[in-house]
Design a protein around this ligand. Structure first.
Ligand SMILES: C[S@@+](CC[C@H](N)C(=O)[O-])C[C@H]1O[C@@H](n2cnc3c(N)ncnc32)[C@H](O)[C@@H]1O
Length: 503
């Protein structure tokens, strides 16, 4: 393994307290940095282009400008400027913490340190310097900062109040920071001692407490149960071949999609009744098989409810390009070509024709009932954050799994507030030929309805029960009520599960 040459920062509470005070007084916050950078440089940085931000901050004579240059862009800054940006900690304190090192007449950061937040919180997160800052390919023990996958998981996580939560493969601790808003006790694990050192530092910097455990996957958790488990696991499918770097942050050391399959199969014993687990994952699609069959096979026999949403599909070449490039390898090099070939060979050896990416949400039923399994594709825009809709969706599916058709017919359903109806028809036609219900939030579902179900949706205002409404519609349309009920029930179930009808 190629290992990093600098140690992670030290979790020294006195020095970290001074750092916190300096970051706060500099206004080194998400809003402070975006106000400084402006939309153009901010958006370029999101696309991993540093030049516009370097131009903006070159003349910014302010502590926040210095901190951006030092800790986000990886540029050298004058020692005096660094001292002015960190007046309480001082350059000596920053050296002592292991945040910077001297370079000629200036200082350079030895780690990335950025503000991060959600609607209610402002945090700072330290991680290894990105390849943008080092201008070098990453080391295999690299500790990742906050990336697209981290924010996807954070957005999708359902957030009920729980006593105990687990962040599996915590890295720098980003998911654990989010869990702090709704979990009393947080355990965070990682196989990497380097990642755990960053997590320890970040917990101290953000004044939160986590129980940190070293170990592979579920090994350090024997006999323990949680109300919520989240994981952005090392799910990247990686060829086991010399010359392909085995980055700890993305590769769990197994072949194919085994790491995610194993997690799905074994997570149940760590969930309390009613407990929820959510992870991101990749799955292989072999030949012309349906991805649902593969993932259904992982869930089968676990006794868990499952709701899996496939968000993306890549062919083996697209996947190879993404991951051969990740980590700082340029596509014009022989090294890249050799990795590209290794990925193609690896997929070909198993007959893989596509790779799915998605969000897996599992729940241990709180009662003795048949688990539900829902596997669907949603590749468009979804609500942000998506977690509230995931929690509502789990609750709706749980209610459906625990109630009979008669119970469902006895409820006076309402159309959710974000649902609208769309009618399309030929010009001059009296009746529409297409009636659609559209969901504004959640997965942004569209459900096509026939005339009877459109009439049903139009009376779903919490007044009539479903049974009463269907009887009235059957008489209006002059169709047998039992036939209408039989055809309506699966549609009502779909609308309830999807969050378009609520109680
Ligand atoms: C994709 S990163 C996720 C980091 C962070 N939780 C996030 O959401 O951005 C995966 C993490 O899993 C860790 N990891 C890799 N192999 C592991 C294993 N076998 N057991 C536990 N953690 C592992 C890596 O060190 C890394 O921190």
């Amino acid at each position: 393994m190629t290992t990093s040459t600098t140690a992670p920062p030290r979790a020294d509470s006195e020095l970290v307290g001074r750092l916190r005070a300096d970051l706060r007084s500099a206004g080194y916050t998400v809003d402070g940095v975006s106000a400084l950078l402006g939309p153009l440089a901010g958006a370029a940085l999101d696309r991993e282009q540093t030049l516009p931000a370097q131009r903006v901050t070159a003349d910014a004579d302010s502590p926040v400008g210095t901190l951006v240059r030092l800790f986000t862009l990886g540029d050298a800054v004058d020692e005096a400027e660094a001292g002015a940006a960190l007046p309480t900690l001082g350059v000596t304190g920053a050296l002592d913490l292991g945040l910077v090192t001297l370079q000629g007449p200036g200082v350079v950061a030895t780690c990335d340190l950025r503000p991060y937040g959600d609607e209610q919180h402002e945090w700072w997160v330290a991680s290894d310097l990105s390849e943008l800052a080092t201008r070098q390919p990453l080391r295999e023990d690299h500790v990742l900062g906050i990336g697209g996958a981290s924010t996807t998981l954070a957005s999708w996580t359902p957030r009920p109040q729980v006593d105990r939560a687990l962040d599996l493969g915590t890295g720098c601790g980003v998911q654990a920071l989010h869990l702090g808003a709704h979990a009393r006790h947080i355990t965070a694990t990682d196989i990497s001692e380097r990642a755990l050192a960053y997590a320890r530092f970040n917990a101290l910097l953000n004044e939160v407490e986590w129980e940190l455990r070293a170990g592979s996957m579920l090994e350090p958790l024997v006999g323990e149960r949680f109300g919520l488990i989240v994981s952005n696991p090392p799910f990247v499918i990686t060829p086991r071949r010399a010359g392909v770097p085995l980055f700890e942050y993305r590769d769990g050391g197994a072949s194919g999609d085994t790491i995610v399959a194993d997690l799905v199969r074994s997570i149940g014993e760590h969930l309390e009744p009613g407990g929820i687990a959510q992870f991101l994952g990749n799955w292989e699609i072999v030949g012309d098989a349906d991805w649902r069959d593969r993932v259904r096979g992982w869930v089968a026999g676990t006794g868990l409810d499952a709701w899996v949403v496939q968000r993306e599909l890549q062919d083996p070449a697209q996947y190879a390009e993404t991951w051969a490039r990740d980590g700082g390898h340029h596509s014009a090099t022989a090294e890249f070509a050799s990795m590209y070939a290794a990925w193609l060979d690896d997929f070909a050896s198993r007959g893989v024709t596509a790779i799915g990416f998605g969000v897996i949400t599992l729940q241990r039923p709180a009662s003795d009932r048949e688990p539900f399994v829902c596997l669907e594709e949603a590749t468009g825009r979804v609500a942000a954050p998506m977690g509230p809709a995931v929690l509502e969706g789990l609750r709706a599916r749980t209610w459906l799994a625990e109630h009979s058709d008669d119970d469902l017919l006895a409820v006076a359903w309402r159309c959710a507030p974000d649902v609208t109806e769309e009618r399309h028809g030929r010009p001059g036609a009296d009746d529409p030929s297409v009636i659609l219900l559209r969901q504004g939030g959640g997965l942004g579902r569209t459900v096509r309805l026939d005339t009877a179900m459109a009439a049903f949706a139009s009376v779903c205002d919490g007044d009539l029960t479903a049974g009463q409404a269907l009887t009235a519609i059957a008489s209006l349309l002059d169709v047998p009520a039992d036939e209408l009920r039989a055809s309506a029930l699966p549609v009502i179930r779909e609308l309830v599960a999807g969050g378009l009808l609520v109680r």
